[in-house]
Design a binder for this molecule. Structure first.
Ligand code: MN
Length: 155
């Protein structure tokens, strides 16, 4: 029987549990497939794409379409990682990163900017705003799971 699409079980990955990914350790490696990702993004297509790609990998994805709802969701249930669009209505991603950083419950939670702004100086600007790194748009679906795992492993 070949690999099964739709969930990670065929590859031996666990179901997501509410206890979070960090409680699952196998063979000395943290199993991160159940990590909870909060994705703040106003573009529907991007939210759909990221959700689909990450859920197939076993991640749990919560979405927020603007800054205020992102803050609310992060306070309500602190995620293991935040993916943050920079160009948002109302509060932009730079401002929002700073506000996330002020929440004690998000201490140590990586914030990764997802942005088409990849001009000189933009990387420095997202880092200065409180992000830990960035993923360029357009999102490369083949690279995204590895980019997310890399960010989680540094948490
Ligand atoms: Mn946007």
């Amino acid at each position: 029987m070949g690999p099964t699409l739709g969930n990670g079980l065929a590859k031996g990955k666990p179901f997501f549990s509410d206890s979070g990914f960090a409680s699952q350790r196998r063979g000395g490696n943290w199993v991160m497939s159940g990590a909870r990702i909060l994705y703040v993004e106003d573009n529907f297509d991007n939210r759909l794409l990221v959700r689909r790609v990450l859920e197939v990998e076993g991640f749990s994805v919560a979405e927020a379409m603007d800054g205020p709802s992102g803050l609310e969701k992060a306070k309500e249930s602190p995620p293991d990682l935040i993916l943050l669009d920079i160009n948002l209505p109302d509060i932009d991603g730079y401002e929002l990163a700073g506000r996330f950083r002020q929440l004690p419950s998000l201490k140590g939670v990586p914030i990764i900017a997802v942005t088409a702004n990849v001009m000189k100086g933009d990387r420095e600007r997202v880092l200065a705003a409180g992000c830990d790194g960035y993923i360029p748009k357009p999102i490369d679906v083949d690279k995204l799971p590895e980019q997310v795992r890399a960010a989680l492993s540094k948490a």
